[in-house]
Ligand binder design. Structure first.
Ligand code: PXP
Length: 250
């Protein structure tokens, strides 16, 4: 396979939806720590989990277990809700990504309104700095928002790739790519590390990887979906073997 500048982009694997499967049934499996170890074996550079206010997938105990068990840096996605900020201050992940959160949304829908939220963000970001936690803010590729992230002295900005990923055709996708590229140039020029994510999948990641200055992609849903398919044959074979062996007398 061709290697290029793109291969220097780090892959943050978001395992929220492994835990969605567990929470759907209230079973003890699948175990996110096991998923994290497998992701590491596959070459993940970081691990990401989103501790949502409604705890619909990742639970506080999962965050603690992951921080205890994994070697990869954990990126905690989080809103500015007081109880979530309190958890982050307590468990001290190496990095957090602050995102907006709306209760009814299926997934994070838009970037953070950094300028509007400046008063709330300032003390939270400052307290994370004091604890040695690196801070990234998830924003739409809008120059004024990126400038506001730099003013907060955040370590990184994560550019929202959702509209790029959802673009209806190649032309629209290229327009989104150009907006992201200009945003990445601006962020890099302001001294921010550039991350990107949301909606990236096996069909669009190569184009995304040609964006300038991007150091990390955070990808979740597509990787978990691919795992379900690539693991199906093995999973069925293992179950069938157990049934068949149990049926053998003696
Ligand atoms: N980055 C951020 C800030 C997110 O909120 C999410 C979704 O949890 C992702 C990346 C990953 O998005 P996806 O699951 O679509 O790959």
């Amino acid at each position: 396979m061709k290697t290029s500048a793109a291969s220097k982009i780090r892959l943050g694997v978001n395992i929220d939806h492994v835990v969605t499967l567990r929470e759907l049934r209230g079973t003890p499996y699948p175990d996110p720590v096991q998923a994290a170890h497998l992701a590491e074996r596959g070459g993940a550079d970081n691990l990401t989990v989103h501790l949502r206010e409604d705890r619909r997938h990742i639970q506080d105990a999962d965050v603690r277990a992951l921080l205890d068990a994994i070697r990869l840096p954990l990126n905690l996605e989080m809103s500015l809700a007081d109880d979530i900020v309190a958890v982050a201050r307590l468990v001290r992940p190496p990095m957090v990504c602050i995102v907006p959160e709306h209760r009814a949304e299926r997934t994070t829908e838009s970037g953070l309104a950094v300028r509007r939220e400046r008063k709330r963000l300032d003390p939270v970001v400052e307290s994370f700095h004091a604890l040695g936690i690196r801070v990234s803010l998830f924003v739409d590729p809008v120059p004024e928002e990126i400038e506001a992230v730099a003013l907060l002295r955040a370590h990184a900005v994560e550019l929202h790739t959702g509209p790029f990923a959802r673009a209806p055709d190649a032309e629209a996708r290229q327009r989104c790519w150009e907006i992201l590229a200009r945003a990445a140039e601006l962020a890099d020029g302001l001294g921010l590390e550039v991350h990107a994510g949301h909606g990236l999948h096996y069909g669009n990641v190569e184009q995304a990887a040609r964006l300038p200055h991007v150091r990390t992609f955070n990808i979740g849903h597509a990787i978990v979906c691919e795992s379900v398919l690539t693991g199906m044959e093995h999973a069925v074979r293992r179950m069938k073997r157990l049934i068949d062996c149990a049926g053998v007398p003696g």
